[in-house]
Design a protein around this ligand. Structure first.
Ligand code: PMP
Length: 438
């Protein structure tokens, strides 16, 4: 090294780099993964639920017996075998040939994350607006921000995105002279809110978007992880034009393989492949062969059932612990699938400010601020239930409740001190400024 400091580079960064900041989740990873910390922070699937011996054998033979193809370059769009399998997977959710799904329009990606980056590259110019649920997936915010787009959040309730709020946001963006390119939505078991867009609202959302000329980017990593009944039909199964369907094998099989996909409108598919080739040349032939072989030789539907059962039990453990232990005034969502619960703290508590005390108490969560582009969300936190065992979940909530009680008690003390101080000020003269204790 020549003694160059980081500061020497700041003037040279491209403009798009200015919006790049470390996500709150990534910053937490190092501390949250210490064994003494109960981490309700991550979003990791419970990989120990996989038949690892059988998967290991399959992976070994892919190199030993088929290495001349699996360790070779492949084509940019992804192998036809995998794209065919992906169509079978999508058909289970209702996105089938009748809905216009075809292997020809599938592009294999390096996880869902590359799919998000690709749609951003294809459609977003600096200053363009993306409408997205508030809160929304932190990795999507990263992709949109590095395309220098602005994210306008649309409110949700327990039935997901609120159509009237979507209409209002579209009108507001139009009034401000900006251009909204697409709605980014996670309709099923949303990350981080855990809510699902109701069946009744789905056509309405599609209609609003087509009237406004907005594309729809439907991100669906969790649709198959339902606990209580059916997942509503995806947006892409209802409309084929203008809807991009993104998904991944990260939650139904294994994130370590980094295999996801986009089902794109036919006219766009070629551009997507060109954009992907300029990023990665081609997705990993080995990882694609692993997923294809897994889907054709192993009981993957059973595995999804196993994941659902494990997560349902853990969701129940989290909801029960929250009910038993959280201080009054705390509320939370009740997800019917997926990996996350979204909690709203009693008034006055700040999840970001509380984080160091939570880590000291050996529990981690993700502060709500990580899921908004505009820095709001301090009154919320995301709690993950897929990775820790039910016992650890309860212990984590017990620790968290203790930290929250302490913060609430501190607020009461500060409140009392500032009340005394302002009474004294009142005696000394109403306009005397006092110390800002509250
Ligand atoms: N979209 C959403 C909503 C997610 O929650 C995730 C993973 N946390 C992804 C996309 C990306 O997943 P991956 O890149 O692992 O496929």
């Amino acid at each position: 090294m020549t003694g160059t400091t980081l500061d020497d580079y700041t003037d040279r960064y491209a403009r798009r780099v200015r919006g790049m900041t470390a996500s709150e989740i990534r910053a937490l990873f190092a501390v949250a993964s210490r064994p003494e910390v109960v981490s309700l922070a991550g979003g990791a699937p419970y990989i120990a639920a996989l038949p690892l011996d059988a998967v290991g054998e399959m992976l070994g033979s892919l190199a030993a017996d088929h290495g001349t193809s699996t360790l070779q370059y492949g084509i940019g769009q992804g192998t036809l075998e995998l794209r065919e399998r992906i169509c079978e997977v999508m058909a289970l959710s209702g996105i089938d040939a009748a809905a216009g799904a075809s292997p020809d329009d599938v592009v294999v990606t390096v996880g869902g994350q590359q799919a998000l980056d690709l749609v951003s590259r294809l459609f977003l110019d600096p200053g363009d607006v993306v409408l997205a649920e508030g809160p929304t997936y932190v990795g999507a915010l990263g992709a949109f921000q590095s395309a220098q787009a602005q994210v306008v959040h649309v409110a949700m309730d327990s039935d997901g995105l609120i159509p009237a709020a979507l209409e209002a946001a579209i009108a507001e963006v139009a009034r401000s002279g900006r251009r909204a390119k697409f709605l980014y939505t996670i309709p099923n078991y949303q990350n981080p809110a855990g809510v699902t867009l109701s069946d009744a609202r789905r056509d309405e959302v599609l209609d609003i978007c087509s009237r406004a000329g907005l594309l729809v980017v439907e991100d669906d990593p969790y649709g198959q992880l339902s606990f209580d009944g059916e997942t509503p039909l995806p947006l892409r199964a209802r409309r084929r034009e203008g809807v991009f369907y993104l998904s991944t094998f990260s939650k139904t099989f294994a994130p370590g393989l980094r295999v996801g996909w986009i089902l794109a409108p036919h006219a766009v598919r070629e551009k997507l492949v060109i954009a992907s080739e300029s990023q990665i040349l081609c997705p990993s032939a080995y990882a694609q062969a692993a997923v294809t072989t897994y889907l054709s030789t192993m009981p993957w539907r059973e595995q999804i059932k196993t994941y659902r059962e494990v997560y349902r039990e853990r969701r129940d453990a989290l909801l029960e612990a929250l009910t038993d232990l959280m201080p009054p005034g705390t509320t939370w969502t009740r997800p019917n699938g997926g990996l996350f619960v979204w909690a709203t703290l009693p008034p006055g508590l700040d999840s970001k400010a509380m984080m160091p005390r939570a880590i000291a108490a050996r529990v981690a969560y993700v502060p709500g601020t990580g899921f908004y582009a505009d820095g709001t969300g301090g009154g919320n936190m995301r709690l993950n239930f897929s990775f820790p065992t039910p016992e650890r979940i309860r212990e984590g909530v017990r620790r968290l409740a203790g930290v929250m009680e302490q913060d609430l008690a501190m607020r009461q003390v500060f409140g009392a001190i500032s009340a005394v101080a302002s009474r004294r000020r009142g005696q000394a003269g109403a306009d005397t400024p006092g110390p800002d204790l509250a």
